[in-house]
Design a protein around this ligand. Structure first.
Ligand code: NAD
Length: 337
């Protein structure tokens, strides 16, 4: 297979205490510490250890532009020289949105398995519409993984964000611009998520399983950061944007059905029944298994189809209106794949 591979300058630190690693990466520069309201204490503990930093605990799901603008004003008046994002994809999204607007470097400390820290992708919401951009200015310069921070991640968010990470790895396997390294990372991520997400559901304090899931998140994010997204991410994006469904949970409910549709491109890694293999991981992890359970109305299926068909994306199999209807009906009902 011919390929063109690109390398990106990025430092990834795995398995160290995040406070000392952030202190070292900051080199004395004033940090603007971005997080979600629920994670404010973690940001405060980090600032206390650093002995400096401006805390901005305003991050929200889907990165609303109005929140970014408020945070930007705070950043400008703080005189901060570096962005530090600590939290899940929402905190990282706000950090990326600020980096895009200021050109400041980012240190990112992820605490879920969504994988955003490794991608140059930013989704933003304005006037009820979510748009996604890909820009090297939002790729993090330093990523610090500290498994200790993930022990508090509730089981439902662990499962859903893990399935979100798994979706990156699955789509990276058949992305038209896949390269040998992204394939290897995706395969290893699928293996690690498959083993760790059910173990975390059984025992959320299982540190070894948490470590495997965090490594999987890194590898899945890396794979997505090297490749373009397909049908699955496009559908999750359309459903999230149009119906305001929760991001990671939507990924979890959709993924078995997309894996079933794109099965021919996945059998080499996932075995003879890719949809069943993904559904089994999701079920054992305790992730949502239907869009109906997330609050989607059956009548929304017809509203979503034209938007999803009109959106441009690469997929290994062409997708007809009937295909999409059958896929969405199955994902809505949560019927077995
Ligand atoms: P999240 O960041 O919204 O976090 C969910 C909740 O969990 C929040 O209340 C947060 O405070 C809490 N939380 C996070 N880590 C915790 C921990 N360790 N312990 C206790 N509580 C914790 O959820 P997410 O699924 O990580 O991120 C979703 C967002 O990320 C969406 O906006 C999505 O669009 C974006 N995303 C972007 C990319 C990308 O590459 N651009 C990839 C994946 C997701």
């Amino acid at each position: 297979m011919p390929f063109r591979a690109h390398s990106y300058e990025q430092t990834v630190i795995f398995g160290e205490d995040h406070r000392s690693a952030v202190a070292q990466a900051l080199e004395g520069r004033h940090g603007f510490i971005v997080t979600t309201p629920g994670h404010k204490l973690v940001a405060e503990a980090l600032a206390a250890e650093l002995g400096q930093g401006t805390i901005c605990a305003m991050a929200r799901m889907h990165t609303p532009v109005a929140v970014t603008e408020e945070a930007l004003a705070k950043l400008t008046s703080s005189g901060a020289e570096q962005i530090v994002a600590i939290g899940g994809g929402s905190a990282i999204g706000l950090g990326k949105a600020l980096a895009l607007r200021t050109g400041l470097e980012q240190i990112v400390v992820p605490t879920t398995y969504a994988g955003s820290e490794m991608t140059p992708v930013l989704g933003q919401t304005e006037n009820g519409r979510k748009t996604t951009l890909r820009d090297e200015r939002v790729r993090s310069g330093t990523v610090i993984y500290d498994v200790g921070l993930t022990l508090t991640l509730p089981p439902d968010i662990s499962a859903a964000s893990g399935m979100n990470g798994l979706a990156h790895a699955v789509e990276a396997l058949y992305a038209p611009n896949r390269v040998p390294l992204s394939m290897l990372a995706a395969q290893r991520a699928i293996h690690l998520f498959g083993a760790s997400l059910p173990a975390i559901a059984r025992d959320p304090a299982d540190r070894a399983a948490r470590e495997r899931a965090l490594e999987a998140a890194y590898l899945a994010g890396f794979a997505l950061g090297q490749t373009t997204m397909g049908l699955h991410h496009k559908l999750a994006h359309v459903l999230g944007g149009m119906l305001d469904l929760p991001h990671a949970q939507t990924h979890a409910a959709l993924l078995p059905h997309v894996a079933r549709f794109n099965a021919a491109s996945l059998v080499a890694v996932l075995g003879s029944d890719p949809g069943g293999a993904i559904a089994a991981i999701g079920a054992a992890a305790g992730a949502p298994t239907s869009l109906r359970a997330l609050g989607m109305a059956e009548s929304d299926i017809e509203r979503v189809i034209p938007e999803a068909l009109g959106a441009g994306y690469a997929n290994p199999r062409s997708v007809s209106e009937q295909d999409l209807r059958a896929l969405l009906r199955a994902a809505w009902a949560g019927s077995p794949t």
